[in-house]
Write a protein that binds this ligand. Structure first.
Ligand code: HEM
Ligand code: HEM
Ligand SMILES: Nc1nc2c(c(=O)[nH]1)N[C@H]1C(S)=C(S)[C@@H](COP(=O)(O)O)O[C@H]1N2
Ligand SMILES: [Mo]
Length: 346
């Protein structure tokens, strides 16, 4: 890709390069929201950054494609979708980069930059489908030849180098982004829950009254527990890492789920539904019960209303959207945990 004269190389391979980079960026972006453990999330975020930034490398080549296309098809092809795509891709890259450099404080009209990033990425996917399906650029056997793969390799190396340069630049300048977690999240309010953001998934809001009891449904029996009964002194230090781009390390206190469920006669490989008074819910594997906590306290103080009082789930190693707040019901079920939407819909 990066060898030889520009115009001679511009064309089908440029478009296919853009397609692959966009697919990798989109795929790793969604994956980044699914993984919460340090090494996998770091690898996913690095691949995401390299693919997204790599698009910039192909701009000079694509400019040639665009000029040729305009000369050839003048007036016969509606270019609206193509230029809309250009605008959305540009916004996606800029918002991603700004979030990476400066952190989750930046917002456009009250909407966090990372949410704008995801929204423009979704728009990009739609217009890309329109643009690419109409374009009839198909891979050819030659693309997988030694030379074809070498060119693809050049692009991958250059994209990784560009990502490395951005990372190096963050370190050198001491920008906030230099201190972000493997997931790309920036630290906010560790050890100080009052300084930690209160965040809802876009479908939910803080309830007026979260009640004071939790319904436990297991082994055919329903038990109603007062929140105070759930403060059994089990503690865990865990990182709450929101897909909105911030994280905080806190000490949580309450009762471990395996202790709570002990003796209930549980299914071998069942799951547990954790349901909020708001209807928000997540299903987790029972096998994880020993690592999950129903928390009543954070940093030694009762949870605030915003942070899930009276009871919330603490799910170490999982992204924030698993940490159900205002828990009303905990129910053991036979269904597998993956039988649910990958991201909350209610
Ligand atoms: C067309 C698709 C996309 C493109 C071109 C793109 C591009 C980018 C770029 C250039 C960055 C800055 C990376 C860096 O400087 O290291 C970034 C960051 C990020 N993007 Fe995307 N993105 C896309 C889709 C998505 C989607 C769908 C999601 C989530 C559902 C997502 C989540 C993120 C996150 C969490 C970061 C911060 C990562 C970090 O700080 O290391 N992106 N993106
Ligand atoms: C970053 C993503 C992309 C952007 C911003 C983009 C933008 C554009 C623009 C503005 C044009 C000129 C349209 C006109 O004024 O006539 C164009 C032409 C074209 N694009 Fe893309 N494009 C992208 C990715 C792709 C991909 C992934 C493919 C195919 C796999 C593709 C295939 C084509 C083809 C074949 C033409 C020439 C059309 C013709 O000559 O009739 N593009 N693109
Ligand atoms: N009931 C309910 N629980 C929820 C959410 C929600 O919208 N509703 N949002 C989740 C998300 S996305 C995150 S990041 C954390 C945020 O917890 P915090 O507001 O205590 O910081 O709560 C999780 N639990
Ligand atoms: Mo979140």
């Amino acid at each position: 890709m990066l060898r030889g004269a520009l115009p001679a190389r511009a064309g089908r391979r440029t478009n296919l390069g853009l397609l692959v980079l966009l697919l990798v960026a989109g795929g790793t972006g969604v994956l980044a929201f699914g993984v919460g453990t340090p090494l996998p999330s770091r690898l996913v975020a690095a691949a995401h950054g390299a693919a997204g930034l790599g698009l910039l490398l192909l701009v000079p080549w694509k400019a040639v494609v665009v000029r040729r296309s305009r000369a050839r098809t003048r007036g016969r092809r509606d270019p609206t979708a193509a230029w809309g795509l250009a605008v959305l891709v540009g916004l996606t890259v800029v918002t991603g980069l700004l979030h990476t450099v400066a952190g989750p404080g930046l917002a456009v009209g009250g909407v966090a930059l990372l949410q704008v990033h995801v929204a423009t990425a979704v728009g990009t996917a739609v217009l890309l489908a329109v643009h690419a399906v109409g374009s009839r650029q198909r891979p050819r056997r030659g693309d997988a030849s030694r030379r074809g793969l070498l060119r693809a390799g050049d692009l991958a190396v250059a994209a990784a180098a560009l990502w490395g340069a951005v990372e190096g630049g963050l370190r050198l300048t001491g920008a906030p982004g230099a201190r972000r977690r493997g997931t790309g999240s920036h630290e906010r309010g560790s050890g100080d829950p009052a300084a930690m953001p209160v965040t809802q998934w876009f479908t939910d809001a803080v309830p007026d009254d979260a009640g004071g009891t939790v319904e436990l449904v297991a082994g055919g029996r329903t038990t109603r527990l007062r929140a105070a009964d759930l403060d059994r002194g089990d503690t865990v230090t865990a990182v709450l890492d929101c897909t909105g781009g911030w994280y905080a390390t806190q000490e949580w206190r309450g009762v471990r789920l395996d202790r709570l469920l002990a003796g209930a006669g549980l299914p071998e490989d069942g799951s547990v539904d954790v349901v909020s008074v708001t209807g928000y819910r997540r299903r987790l594997p029972l096998a994880d019960a020993g690592a999950l906590l129903l928390a009543t306290h954070c940093a030694g103080r009762p949870l605030s209303a915003g942070h899930g009082a009276p009871v919330r789930l603490v799910a170490p190693g999982r992204r924030g959207y698993w940490w159900v707040k205002w828990v009303r019901r905990v129910e053991v079920v036979d269904a597998p945990w993956w039988l649910q939407p990958p991201f909350p819909l209610t």
